[in-house]
Design a protein around this ligand. Structure first.
Ligand code: PLP
Length: 392
């Protein structure tokens, strides 16, 4: 007999999904109404304005795509790029590789600029690539590389790209609401994010925002967007201005209630306060992890507060530690991805999960598990080291 599924209450401190607030979960359980119901359409307008706040943009094309972050990525590429066009991708981890895959499937040419995994993308390397590829039309890169925990200077990269008349496509899946992001001020032309990282919403939606320049590119395409579902010319008939909305696909109604609620929580907290909270708890977690003797992958000046990648000590079995944390502490941390698989742990401090009690829980759990495995780390000081940061 198959019974109802009741998941356990875990603490999610990996690379996403992050813990979802009970307030957001209960918003999801509210009655489903029609996706063209006038009250629902009003809610959509509020949602757009809350998203504009989160992205720090006035872009009218600021909406959630009805699918996870990967679909936001695909929305950017399939709408903007036509066959034969050149895109420069600055790649410093797993997600830049996916950009390449998207571009090539659009018939575009991806010029890859490699940066070291664990480092930010280098604006100078971008400039060199732009000089060598005068036909380039777009520049794409990841703001917060979740595979390594490195943060790239979006403003500097966009400034270089614009000097060479290129539009910028930025992955802000992990950065949105976790570390400073200012879409308008930094000159980002097209951006996509996800709901399951620092927004702490349920997975499955992807906020995007396009400025006027990017919107014009879409409106004046020579060929149809290859994806019917993600074609923004069509999607905007539903999400666009005014009261008249045309059916495109049935919106994920209850998931949008959840997004509305978590964005409202972000507005109530204040965006700057949310960024500061991620930084505070990161500093405390960092003090604790360093007290254990764990080394960070990313140099301090390029580190994300919401994704802490640390090297696994010699002789310690990655999977065993994560299994013990899950079993004994209901705590999930992330494994390494790509070339870092087996060598690093990725400890997330995202959104609702980014709290003092979780920092203490994670440090206590790691200390205990590593002690039981006789790992070569310093035991007993991690909590005090974190507490000292909060005490400051
Ligand atoms: C998680 C993530 C994605 C993909 O988001 P999904 O919701 O898993 O589809 C894309 N880019 C980055 C940087 C991410 O961290």
């Amino acid at each position: 007999m198959i019974a109802s599924f009741y998941p356990p209450q875990r603490t999610l401190m990996g690379p996403g999904p992050s813990d979802v607030s009970p307030r957001v979960l209960s918003a999801m359980a509210r009655p489903t109404i029609g996706h063209l119901d006038p009250l629902f359409v009003q809610m959509m307008d509020d949602l757009k304005s809350l998203l504009q706040y989160a992205f720090q943009t006035k872009n009218t094309l600021t909406i959630p795509v009805s699918a996870p972050g990967s679909a936001g990525m695909e929305t950017c590429f399939v709408n903007l790029i036509e066959a034969g066009e050149t895109v420069i991708v600055c790649q410093n981890g797993v997600f830049g590789l996916r950009m390449q895959e998207n571009i090539e499937r659009c018939g575009g040419k991806a010029v890859m600029v490699q940066d070291e995994w664990g480092r930010a993308c280098d604006p100078q390397k971008l400039e060199d690539a732009l000089k060598a590829n005068p036909d380039a039309k777009f520049v794409a890169f990841v703001h917060a590389e979740t595979s390594t925990g490195a943060s790239t200077d979006v403003k500097a990269m966009c400034e270089v790209a614009h000097r060479y008349d290129c539009l910028t496509i930025v992955d802000a899946v992990t950065s949105l609401a976790g570390s400073p992001l200012d879409v308008d001020d930094w000159g980002v032309d097209a951006v996509y994010s996800g709901t399951q990282k620092c927004l702490s919403c349920t997975p499955g939606l992807s906020p995007i925002s396009f400025n006027e320049v990017a919107l014009n590119v879409i409106k004046h395409r020579k060929t149809k967007v290859q994806s019917w579902f993600l074609d923004l010319n069509l999607v905007m008939a539903y999400w666009g201005e005014g009261v008249k909305r045309a059916y495109h696909h049935t919106a994920p109604i209850n998931a949008l209630y959840a997004l509305h609620e978590c964005l409202l929580m972000l507005k109530e907290e204040g965006l700057e306060q949310a960024w500061a909270r991620h930084q505070t708890h990161h500093q405390a977690l960092k003090a604790g992890l360093e007290s254990l003797g764990l080394d960070f992958v990313v140099p301090e000046s390029e580190r994300l507060p919401q994704l802490n990648a640390v090297r696994i000590p010699d002789g310690v079995n990655d999977a065993q530690v994560r299994a013990m944390l899950l079993q004994d502490y209901q705590l999930e941390i992330g494994a390494g991805l790509g070339v870092m698989a087996g060598n690093v742990w990725r400890i997330g401090l995202m959104g609702y999960a980014c709290r003092k009690d979780n920092v203490f829980k994670c440090l206590a759990a790691l200390d205990d598990v590593l002690a039981r495995l006789h790992a070569p780390v310093n035991h007993g000081g991690a909590i005090a080291a974190a507490r000292a940061i909060y005490g400051k």
